[in-house]
Write a protein of this length. Structure first.
Length: 242
């Protein structure tokens, strides 16, 4: 089970919440209503979704509201997400932003009270059973991805480098072997170099052995890659994150 340094992950998550709050504080009414790349969700809906997830992590039940039927909802998690979002649609953006600040402050307090042992404890995560720390790194990724959804909708690009983005890419790295071998159907023996450019530049080397893709420090025998994929880190995350 993957365990992670509590201070580093919590610092990244708290910083991400701060960035989102500052970004949203500068939005006007039209910005809040702008559609995003998340099907059926506006900018305000994205923030409402983050609020809902953090409230669930505080132990609060999903609201008893009627979210109706939506074509972009395909599973139980999606239906629960819609409950939090639908409940907040009638609210003014300023109230939603204020709630975001309140709930993330409560979550920061809860995380600060945890020990490293608590952080290492087994927990359900969106990637299956893992550590609570892994879950919080995935939360950082999810919040940053929704930040980018908001930025794209309102035409304010940014925050494509720094500690938060490094944390996000560390989480993406956990799935890159699967993406290459299973989703990309790379053949046996393939050596794939994914070279990310920009402020968060890094290289991932994936070798396919027995049908499974694994990250390696270097290819066997110093061989050259059979395929090289080069793109900026932001574009990679938009494509890989769906």
């Amino acid at each position: 089970m993957l365990t992670l340094d509590k201070d580093r992950v919590v610092a990244a998550l708290a910083e991400e919440w701060k960035v989102i709050a500052e970004l949203c504080a500068g939005l006007d009414e039209a910005d809040w209503a702008a559609p995003t790349d998340c099907p059926g969700w506006s900018v305000q809906d994205n923030l409402s979704h983050i609020i809902g997830t953090e409230r669930m992590l505080l132990g609060e039940p999903a609201p008893a509201t009627d979210a109706g039927e939506a074509p972009h909802v395909h599973n139980d998690i999606g239906r629960i997400n819609e409950l939090w979002v639908a409940e907040r649609r009638p609210r003014p953006p300023a109230a939603v932003l204020e709630e975001f600040s309140e709930v993330t402050a409560a979550r920061r307090e809860a995380l600060a009270a945890m020990t490293q042992a608590d952080f290492d404890a087994e927990s359900p995560t969106p990637a299956g059973t893992g550590s609570y720390g892994r879950f919080m790194r995935i939360r950082t990724l999810d919040c940053w991805m929704h930040e980018q959804d908001i930025r794209g909708a309102v035409g304010r690009p940014g925050h494509t480098g720094g500690p938060v983005v490094e944390t996000v890419l560390d989480e993406f790295a956990c799935a890159v072997g699967f993406a290459v071998a299973k989703l990309g159907r790379a053949p046996e023996g393939a050596r794939v170099l994914i070279s990310l450019t920009g402020p968060a530049a890094r290289d991932w080397r994936v070798q396919v052995v027995a049908g499974r893709g694994g990250l390696v420090a270097g290819f066997d025998g110093g061989e050259q890659p059979t395929v090289t994929i080069r793109t900026d880190a932001h574009t990679y995350t938009r494509l890989a994150g769906g």
